[in-house]
Design a protein around this ligand. Structure first.
Ligand code: NAP
Length: 255
């Protein structure tokens, strides 16, 4: 132990990227309820991140760690801070993402690269930086990546977002194979249409009605619907599940 290191946390520790709002907040809440200490990442929205932390019961159950997931050096520094402060990392939830929508011919290279870097390169940076800590967690180690139904089906007007989300499926399956011998599981959770800022900012009321009509369970999802799937995969109960995609979409995509 160096001078800056504290004794390792007695509790399992999770890092949830994009934990300030939406699905990430609900995941942080579900993991804290299940007894984990939750490190809550966000980029800009400090007030929302503080609300998340307060909803977990405050600093005894988590802490805030703002950084840009697309910035490789910032990711390395963030994982170093977890090694020094919590001394362990059991669960990495790669949830942070952005959507910049547009048809192919109208998509600017800079927007495409921003989405790929934020939604896909970030997960590579985080998994690589966190792998040494996760290896120490052994059978307790979990990586859970948030993909999307549209990463599986494609979606007109979302070339960058769907490319990144489809890429996450390959990354998750490869890491599941690489890390299985160490007892670490790697899975993807694939939500359908969930009510958050992301969908509220891109869907009109008319589009929302049309989408809801296509969902067999007859409603859009809540962040908590997705969070319970993540909490299950993070739990010891899911220790024999790896390399899988758990869909939480109300039946929108079946089979
Ligand atoms: N909502 C849906 O219908 C849906 C469907 C399928 C999949 N998903 C996936 O589920 C995940 C969560 O989506 P959501 O709807 O909850 O999104 P959201 O409400 O838009 O929240 C996005 C979160 O990501 C954070 N974030 C964005 N860029 C970041 C960056 N560069 N560095 C660090 N944090 C960053 C935001 O932080 P700030 O608050 O600081 O901005 C915020 O906490 C995403 O991976 C999304 O693709 C969502």
């Amino acid at each position: 132990m160096t001078e800056t290191q504290s004794a390792p946390s007695a509790r399992r520790v999770a890092l949830v990227t994009g934990g300030s709002r939406g699905i990430g907040r609900a995941i942080a809440q579900a993991l804290a309820r299940d007894g984990l200490f939750v490190v809550i990442n966000y980029q800009n929205n400090r007030a929302a991140a503080e609300e998340t932390l307060a909803s977990l019961g405050g600093p005894q159950n988590g802490r805030l760690l703002p950084f840009d997931v697309a910035d490789e050096a910032a990711v390395d520094a963030a994982i170093k801070s977890i090694a020094e402060q919590e001394g362990r990392l059991d669960v990495l939830v790669n949830n942070a993402a952005v959507a910049v929508d547009g048809l192919l011919l109208r998509t600017k290279t800079a927007d495409f690269m921003r989405v790929i870097n934020t939604n896909l390169s970030s997960v590579f940076f985080l998994c690589r930086a966190a792998s040494r800590l996760l290896l120490k967690a052994k059978e307790s180690g979990r990586i859970i990546n948030l993909t999307s139904v549209v990463g599986e089906t494609g979606n007109a007007g979302q070339v960058s977002y769907t490319s990144a989300k489809a890429g996450l499926l390959g990354l998750s399956r490869t890491l599941a194979r690489e890390l299985a011998s160490r007892g670490i599981t790697v899975n993807a959770v694939s939500p359908g249409y969930i009510d958050t800022d992301m969908t509220r900012s891109t869907l009109t009321e008319e589009m929302r009605k049309q989408l809801t009509a296509q969902i067999p369970l007859g409603r859009t999802g809540k962040p908590e619907d997705v969070a319970e799937a993540v909490a299950f995969l993070a739990s010891p109960k899911a220790g024999y599940i790896t390399g899988q995609v758990l869909r939480v979409n109300g039946g929108l995509l079946i089979g």
